[in-house]
Design a protein around this ligand. Structure first.
Ligand code: G6P
Length: 486
């Protein structure tokens, strides 16, 4: 049956595991996009979520016809998928939007890159075709993230009747970084995005980067950005068709929808018995010391190394904290197919071990690093956090900065990077830091640890209120409504 609301994202709400006896079991997918969208779509029972098969077990499920209601997985040839996901999405677009390149050596746009780009285009095309098949007349389609930047343009060509939105969960690259992409590739990217009626970003800053970048790109779109009012900036353009001719003048609206957390859902999750057990175990390890908590994916942009350097500097410049504080650093394994991610994760472990060797005593281990997929342990750490450290170099939103104040029991001081999307909403009650400035981060940790308990509690309440201002369901409906009115 044709759907009236469709979502397309690389990662689906679940993925499969193949047991030794050949049985398939569905497991919940991970990451901010999946948790936000799953919560939103729980209230949209008619919606269809189109996603990629991520593993052999997922592909096996598609072949056997195993599926869950409201989900369609696309079985994309594994080499094409690997080139699109690891090659382009995670090694080029992710690095461009997060400004992660080691510029004397990277990026290199060569023949291999060109082959991978073909795969990225084919993978986007597969999504566009599936959406065109499944969507009812005039349906609303919400395409998610940098994996699927070409889908809006492709889908518009196939189905001009649809209302097409695209939401970017990452930052958008500054015009200088976007300008590193080869001209024809950058034009395709901007053309793909401008196929949407409406583009959503987490912050006004990222929306602004998109509009400025589109302005500089005239190869296929004749962009002409405008910001008529605070609420509805957009881009005027005349998209070029496959025949190379300029089409009719159109407007793509660009808006900020800062995804927040659902306070009730999160508190309920954080008070399950499994979390109580993890909390008791962590408390036993930390004792009555203060806890500095961070939770990330094993991700380069999260800046875990400079966070550890700042913690080391704190122990040197403010030795009064020695033996009185523990740093709990948890990371979910992510993108371990990429060598640079494996190496980064190893560097984190090595630096933590160095700090423990330098300052540790028989009674005190200064840093506890855990690299595992354990959400219950993270929630337990949130509950006992005295200080939350969120210092990414650049981050679309960073939901951890919003989750910790909601769950924290005694109030928690938030040290927050100016590079996180969450900075736009949380800056007044956080201790904000330039993520490259290790000394400033160490001083912010000291200020956070020294903050009087009543001030900490007051700030935490205001942070929690800001964090829950636009929970996933409202975030999603705001975009649906804006698209329906488009
Ligand atoms: C970021 C991206 C999401 C992605 C998540 C996890 O938040 O914006 O699209 O789902 O990271 O990354 P992964 O590569 O594991 O899907």
């Amino acid at each position: 049956m044709a759907s009236q609301v469709l979502v397309a994202a690389n990662r689906g709400p679940l993925s499969y595991v193949l047991d030794d006896d050949g049985a398939l079991t569905a497991r919940r997918g991970g990451g901010g996009l999946v948790s936000g969208l799953s919560a939103a779509l729980a209230r949209q029972p008619e919606a269809l979520w189109i996603c990629a098969a991520l593993s052999d077990a997922d592909r096996e499920a598609v072949r056997r016809g195993v599926s869950e209601p409201g989900v369609r997985m696309l079985d994309i040839d594994p080499t094409t998928y690997d080139d699109a996901y690891n090659g382009i999405a995670n090694s080029v677009l992710w690095f461009t939007h997060h400004h992660l390149y080691d510029v004397p050596r990277e990026p290199v746009f060569d023949a291999r890159f060109r082959r991978q780009w073909e795969a990225y285009a084919a993978y986007n095309h597969a999504f566009a075709v599936a959406l065109a098949e499944e969507a009812g007349e005039g349906a609303v389609v919400l395409v998610q993230d940098y994996h699927l930047a070409l889908v809006p343009g492709e889908l518009r060509a196939l189905r001009p009747d649809l209302k097409i939105g695209h939401f970017t969960h990452t930052p958008w690259a500054s015009p200088d970084f976007l300008g590193m992409l080869p001209d024809d590739i950058r034009s395709q990217l901007v053309w793909g995005m401008l196929g949407a009626d409406r583009l959503g970003f987490h912050t006004r800053a990222w929306a602004g980067e998109f509009v400025r970048g589109a302005d500089r790109d005239d190869a296929r779109g004749c962009a002409d950005p405008f910001w008529p009012s605070d609420s509805s900036p957009g881009v005027h353009h005349r998209p070029m068709g496959p025949d190379g001719r300029l089409g009719e003048r159109r407007t793509t609206d660009v808006g900020a929808y800062p995804l927040g957390v659902d306070g009730d859902d999160l508190r309920a999750l954080a008070h399950r018995p499994v979390v109580d057990d993890k909390l008791a175990a962590l408390r036993a390890e930390v004792g009555d010391r203060a806890a500095i908590v961070r939770v990330d994916r094993t991700e380069l942009s999260k800046n875990v190394l400079r966070g550890l350097l700042a913690y080391r500097e704190l122990l040197i410049s403010h030795p009064e904290w020695r033996e009185r504080v523990v740093h709990l650093a948890s990371a979910y394994p992510s993108r371990q197919d990429l060598e640079v991610y494996r190496a980064y994760t190893q560097s984190v472990r090595d630096l933590a071990a160095e700090i423990n060797a330098e300052f540790g005593t028989p009674e005190w281990q200064p840093v506890l690093v855990s690299v595992e997929d354990d959400f219950a342990r993270s929630l337990a750490a949130y509950r006992m956090a005295d200080v939350a450290l969120v210092n990414p170099v650049r981050d679309g939103m960073n939901l951890v900065a919003k989750e910790i104040p909601v769950v924290s029991e005694a109030g928690c001081a938030l040290v927050l990077s100016t590079g996180a999307g969450a900075y736009e909403e949380l800056r007044e009650d956080a201790l904000t830091v330039n993520p490259y400035d290790v000394t400033a981060t160490a001083e912010a940790l000291h200020a956070a640890l020294s903050m009087p308990a009543d001030e900490r509690l007051e700030r935490t309440k205001r942070l929690a209120a800001a964090a829950t201002a636009l929970p996933p369901a409202a975030w999603f409906t705001a975009q649906l409504d804006a698209l329906r009115d488009a």
